[in-house]
Structure formats: structure tokens, C-alpha cells
Design a protein around this ligand. Structure first.
Ligand code: BGC
Length: 368
């Protein structure tokens, strides 16, 4: 079959790339490695989405994927599309030309994701949707978290934070993720599942509800500023990740409302955790990215070796109606009292988190 021919081509390309990996077009956000010549596995290409919508992609995903590929001794090339859909497709083309036999993508939207997956498949390259499902894309595997549960934890978090504050009929603002990210849809389904009954019963009052294109933190600030102008009594903010949460907190600070209005988040970023330590953010959702990266790299390495790995579960692609073999990890809610769990898990270090004025807060929070 084609596959045999391809892996030979791939092996040749891996050798050729080994000579050029450190040169020219790699750029600061790409990392490549060639396997030792005794390895027969193909090469794994990974495309990360950007480095601004969340710190995780560069600080966690890249690190853990790289560690896993190195440990398995496979050749890999991890690049970041920096939120550029054209660059995303060019990177994919180059990876395939350079001998990738497995392509793992975090799409920037389902349309361009599908174009990339279609092309990869037509060339016999195995495909994995990493973290974000490409709707209608038909990737061979999907590895992520239970994203509806992430949203449920955020909704429950906001309810808990408002209950702790004894808020009465609080007006809630919802700052949603990118409308082109299927995860943002799932997060919203999760938190609206918790909030809607509260709106319906009159316990909470539904306020402004808006999506942030590309999860752009700067736009999130502008959007939240407008929200607060239109509804000055906003008393709780469901922000879909730590970056959006921080954008809202910055606006709240200008209005002396930080700490008074609970804000949620996601990703357990250093900034989000610091916002929790000082009381400006009420909670975040920790996703142990190491587990996600390990599950994805296990599949990728097996595919690169020409095996046909089986996934433990599946998700239904709502667009194609097809079941996609999937591995979904479990998210965890983080409040002030368990910020220490994230440090204990090695996701952030005490040195990064407990800088300057945060040191005393870290001690109070039992971070060792
Ligand atoms: C990821 C989140 C991340 C967001 C913005 C989502 O698809 O699941 O962890 O915060 O994208 O990058």
C-alpha cells in the first residue's frame, strides 16, 4: 500500500530535515528533532494555534508534547500558527512535504482545520484533533478534556462565589470564548446549563452575553468595558478562560470593583492563579495538560510506527454525525484553598507563582 512508500519517503525526509532543523524557517516558536537513524517511525507534526489566547500552548502543551516525543525517540516538529489561518495551512503543507506521517492540530476554525485534515488524509497522513474538535473534519482521533464539564465547573464556581458573597439577584455578564472554537460552544453549554435555571428562577439576572473573537484578550477588555457601561451593576462575570477573566479584572480595577465582583476563568495560568491569590478572581479550571499531551503523543507515536491504536471512548461530531475515537481527560475546579494542588502537580512552579507581593499570599494559601 501507499503507506510503505510514504514511510520510506518520510524516513528520507527525516534524515534531510535532521540537517536543516536548526536553520532558517524554524523560528523561535518551532521545535524540531530527528529520530536516531535506527528508528523506523515516521515523523509527527504538531500545529499549535497561537501564543496569546492562553499561556498554555507554549508553556504547557509544547513542553509536555516535546518531552513525550523525546522519551519515545520519534522525530517531531512542533510549530505555532500564531493565530494566522493562512500560516496554519502553509505549516501543514510543509510538514507533510518534510515527511510527517502523523499530523496533530489545534485548529483555528473548523473550515481551515478541515482543509488541512482533508489534504493530510489524501496523502496517507494520520490525523489527530488536539484539544479542539474540527467540526465535520473527520480526524482519525480526538484528544481533549470533557469540555462541557469544564463549563459546568465554571458555572458552579460562579454560583458558589456569589453565594459566598451573599449576592442577591446578581446581574451576570458572560464573556464567552471564540465563536469559531467548538470548545467555546461546549464550555458555554456547560455553564449555561448551570446559570439558565438560576435566570429562570429569578435568583440571578441575565446580563450582557458576548463572544470574544479568537479569544483575543485585548478585544475582551473593550467588550467588557462596553458591558459594564451598559450594565453598571454587573455583579458576577463568567469569563471562559483566565485571559478573558484578566481582561475583565483590569476593567473592574479601573472601577474599583475588583474583588467585589467574582470572575471565573480556565487554564490555571500563572496570571489566573495570582488573580485568585489576591482575591480578584474567584476560580479557575485546571486542566492537567500533561495528561492530555501524554494521551495524544501515545496515539501519535503508535501511528508514526504504523500501528492502529484504539482510543478508550468516542465523541459524536455534531456536524458530520460521525463518532470520532476520543480520549477525554477530567478537569478540576480551583479556588483559593486548592491553588496549592496546581503547584503540587508541577503545572506551575512556586518560583513563577510566588513572585514579589504574591509570596505572602502563597504562604497564606499553604503553597510550599
Ligand atoms: C482551550 C482553552 C484555551 C482557549 C484559548 C480552548 O480551545 O481548550 O484551554 O484557553 O482555547 O486558547
Amino acid at each position: 500500500m501507499r503507506k510503505g512508500i510514504l514511510s520510506l519517503t518520510a524516513a528520507a525526509a527525516v534524515l534531510a530535515l535532521g540537517l536543516t532543523a536548526c536553520g532558517g524557517n524554524s523560528g523561535p516558536t518551532s521545535s524540531t528533532s530527528s529520530a536516531s537513524s535506527s528508528q523506523k517511525a515516521g515523523k509527527i507534526g504538531v500545529i499549535l494555534p497561537d501564543s496569546k489566547s492562553s499561556a498554555r500552548w507554549e508553556t504547557a502543551d509544547r513542553k509536555y508534547l516535546e518531552e513525550a516525543f523525546k522519551a519515545a525517540g520519534v522525530a517531531y516538529d512542533i510549530q505555532n500558527a500564531q493565530n494566522d489561518k493562512t500560516a496554519f495551512q502553509t505549516i501543514a503543507d510543509q510538514m507533510i512535504t518534510n515527511g510527517a506521517t502523523v499530523l496533530m492540530i489545534v485548529n483555528l476554525d473548523s473550515g481551515t482545520g478541515k482543509t488541512v485534515i482533508d489534504k493530510a488524509k489524501s496523502q496517507g497522513v494520520a490525523t489527530i484533533d488536539y484539544d479542539r474538535l474540527t467540526l465535520g473534519g473527520g480526524a482519525a482521533y480526538y484528544v481533549s478534556f470533557d469540555n462541557t464539564k469544564v463549563g459546568t465547573l465554571q458555572g458552579e464556581g460562579l454560583v458558589k462565589c456569589l453565594t459566598d458573597k451573599k449576592a442577591s439577584k446578581p446581574i451576570i455578564a458572560e464573556l464567552n470564548g471564540s465563536p469559531t472554537d467548538n470548545n467555546a460552544t461546549l464550555f458555554k453549554a456547560g455553564y449555561d446549563g448551570v446559570l439558565k435555571p438560576k435566570y429562570d428562577s429569578g435568583d440571578f439576572v441575565k446580563g450582557p452575553d458576548q463572544s470574544v473573537p479568537d479569544w483575543d484578550n485585548t478585544q475582551a477588555g473593550t467588550i467588557f468595558e462596553q458591558m459594564l457601561t451598559s450594565a453598571p451593576k454587573i455583579a458576577g462575570v463568567l469569563a471562559a478562560n483566565d485571559g478573558l477573566g484578566n481582561a475583565a479584572i483590569t476593567v473592574l480595577k479601573k472601577n474599583n470593583l475588583n474583588g467585589k465582583v467574582p470572575v471565573t476563568g480556565q487554564d490555571a495560568t500563572v496570571q489566573g492563579l495570582q488573580n485568585i491569590l489576591v482575591g480578584d478572581q474567584c476560580m479557575t479550571v485546571y486542566k492537567a495538560v500533561k495528561k492530555e499531551a501524554d494521551a495524544a503523543s501515545k496515539l501519535a507515536v503508535a501511528l508514526a510506527k504504523g500501528e492502529k491504536p484504539t482510543a478508550s471512548g468516542s465523541v459524536k461530531d455534531p456536524q458530520s454525525g460521525q463518532d470520532v475515537p476520543a480520549e477525554l481527560m477530567d478537569p478540576q475546579a480551583i479556588y483559593l484553598d486548592n491553588v496549592k494542588d496546581v503547584v503540587a502537580d508541577g503545572y506551575v512552579t512556586k518560583a513563577e507563582l510566588c513572585t514579589g507581593d504574591f509570596a505572602a499570599k502563597c504562604t497564606e494559601a499553604g503553597i510550599q
